[in-house]
Design a protein around this ligand. Structure first.
Ligand code: AMP
Ligand code: MG
Length: 342
């Protein structure tokens, strides 16, 4: 299959809508990462998404909508908390899990009786969802196991020849996937951390919000509840270790490891420390005081390290407060939870 990469103008979006209505797939920008979309009510489209990504079929997709009222066709019982959070955070990087209607194919929800719903904050995504019928199932548009795409070129790298169309909307805004909150059981529970933090949800809901304990420490509290959090995602080709401790101790430890390694080494660091390292690739994720830039740079940096043939990656680590929780969750997964404390 020939994969076309089109600038996401009006004409390209209409074409995307036609493809989606015919059951075909289109990759598109959102404010978090690029998504790979198909008609959520078409079981065959969802199957194509799994095939194109090489994704395990028990890992459910998120259904993207363009207006709040559309959620009623997905779920027979939307709790009050759903409307409260939608009002506060939609359009935006928040995905909510609620009970699903039987009409929504099990292929879209990985066989679960719940559905994950999101209304993204990106003009191209919203226009394309409308043009495509209003219900677009979409996981991130990477090949399974690769870092999520933050640029249309990343989608091309992973899915060239596997899908007909990629809408290029430039670089995304946030760079890590949406926060997922489960509203299908009593207490709201964060299954995947993202830009919207537990504190932000609590402030609006005026009730406690739990966080799946397995997110920062594997094995804690059993298996992660979001099936996707169980797989080793975002894995760079090289082996990766996170180094945790005071800034000085971390720099010293990474430099020591670099000097002892005979392999091609890469370092993920910050503007404050980047001059301290000599390695085959030294990538600053931005200033330590600006977590947003760290989040936006992370996946691209992991791809660059792969492209540079890096065999060993040493990375500085970050606080897990606020948005840092999402950043560290992705870094820990990339490192297979390998952490050195100094
Ligand atoms: P992706 O968009 O590639 O980040 O993948 C979607 C994420 O949402 C995966 O981690 C899924 O496991 C999660 N997800 C989607 N639907 C549900 C659901 N009904 N229950 C729990 N997690 C879900
Ligand atoms: Mg993904």
């Amino acid at each position: 299959m020939n994969t076309r990469l089109l600038k996401a103008d009006e004409e390209a979006i209409l074409e995307a809508g036609e493809l989606l209505r015919k059951g075909e797939l289109v990759a598109f920008p959102t404010e978090t990462v690029y998504g790979l979309g198909g008609d959520a009510f078409c079981a065959a489209s969802s199957k194509k998404i799994y095939a194109a990504k090489g994704r395990p079929s028990d890992n459910p997709l998120i259904v993207h909508i363009a207006e709040l009222s559309a959620a009623e066709r997905l779920s027979p019982e939307l709790p009050e908390s759903f409307y409260t959070l939608a009002e506060a955070f939609w359009p935006g990087p928040l995905t909510m899990i609620v009970n699903k209607r039987p009409e929504l194919p099990g292929e879209t929800t990985g066989g679960l009786d719940t559905v994950a719903i999101r209304l993204p904050d990106h003009p191209v995504a919203l226009a394309m969802i409308k043009a495509g019928g209003g219900y677009i199932a979409a996981p991130s548009a990477n090949a399974s196991g690769r870092p999520s795409p933050t640029l249309a070129e990343h989608v091309m790298e992973d899915l060239n020849g596997r899908i007909p169309l990629i809408l290029d909307g430039g670089e995304v805004g946030i760079g890590v996937e949406s926060t997922i909150v489960d509203l299908s059981e009593g207490k709201p529970m964060i299954l995947r951390p993202g830009y919207i933090t537990a504190e932000m949800l609590e402030r609006v809901l005026k009730q406690p919000v739990g966080t799946d304990p397995a997110l920062l420490r594997p094995g804690e509290g059993g298996r992660p509840k979001a099936p996707g959090m169980r797989y080793r995602h975002y894995a760079p080709k090289g082996s990766m270790q996170l180094v945790e401790g005071s800034s000085e101790a971390v720099v010293r430890e990474i430099c020591r490891r670099l000097s002892e390694s005979g392999k091609r080494c890469g370092v993920l660091c910050t503007d404050e420390t980047k001059e301290s390292y000599r390695a085959d690739a030294v990538i600053s994720l931005g200033s330590r005081s600006d977590l947003s830039s760290v989040a936006l740079s992370l996946y691209r940096a992991l791809r660059e390290l792969d492209d540079a043939g890096i065999e060993e990656i040493y990375s500085e680590s970050f606080e897990t407060e606020g948005f840092g929780m999402a950043v560290m969750n992705r870094m820990l997964k990339a490192a297979g939870y390998s952490v050195v404390k100094v």
